[in-house]
Write a protein of this length. Structure first.
Length: 222
């Protein structure tokens, strides 16, 4: 899953980014509301962690612009304020949850999990499953019929996208944008290399699942 962190306190923003990455999230971090809004408008994120008090464009303005543009990505607001009016304003602007600084990291992770939970796809907090093939977050691996195979971080992210979008063709452009970012100069053959690795690993655990190619478009699970 891809998380956007928008927080003007650089030390806190970087700490949040590292925390989320250690918990198997792909993270982009920006330190002002303008850059945060520009990237949030792409719609590629599964969750946005957004500070309210920022110079130039505050979090409520960013949030208001997102909802005006019909971007419905779940938003967790962060603020040093604790007054009830601030919470009400944030929720009325379209926030999905609210966390007051300072906070316990475990609570933040729990709130992110709640906001990104997919009905019917998440077996527990650390496992996705499709047709007997398990993608395990806590070990960064796939498992089937008792066979386990480690994945690289990029392989994990691609596999997560494929399972989350099973039954649909996943365009190569979307994979690049979601995992490497819209500014990346990665080429399609780089993705093909990762797909090749994943195919071999899926076969090695004996799964009855294959990554198929939709020629000229992308990939899908079958």
């Amino acid at each position: 899953m891809k998380i956007l962190v928008v927080e003007d306190e650089m030390q806190l923003a970087d700490a949040l980014s590292e925390l989320l990455k250690r918990n198997m999230y792909s993270v982009d971090t920006f330190y002002n509301g303008i850059d945060g809004l520009d990237n949030a408008l792409t719609g590629v994120y599964d969750c946005i962690i957004l500070d309210i008090m920022m110079p130039g464009m505050n979090g409520l303005e960013v949030l208001g612009n997102l909802r005006k543009e019909k971007i419905n990505t779940p938003v967790l607001l962060l603020t040093a304020k604790s007054e009830i009016d601030d919470k009400i304003n944030g929720l009325d602007c379209g926030a999905d949850d609210y966390l007051t600084k300072p906070f316990v990291t475990g609570e933040l992770l729990a709130r992110v999990r709640a906001l990104t939970r997919r009905k019917g796809e998440l077996v527990d907090e650390n496992k996705f499953e499709y047709k007997g093939l398990e993608l395990r977050k806590n070990t960064c691996s796939i498992n089937c019929k008792g066979n386990d195979m480690k994945l690289s971080l990029k392989e994990y992210y691609i596999m997560e996208m494929l399972i989350a979008n099973h039954g649909q063709i996943l365009p190569k452009e979307r994979i690049i944008e979601k995992i490497w970012g819209s500014e990346s100069d990665i080429e399609y053959n780089n993705i093909e290399v990762y797909i090749s690795f994943l195919r071999k690993k899926i076969a090695s655990v004996g799964a009855d699942v294959q990554i198929k190619t939709a020629r000229g478009i992308g990939y899908f699970l079958e």
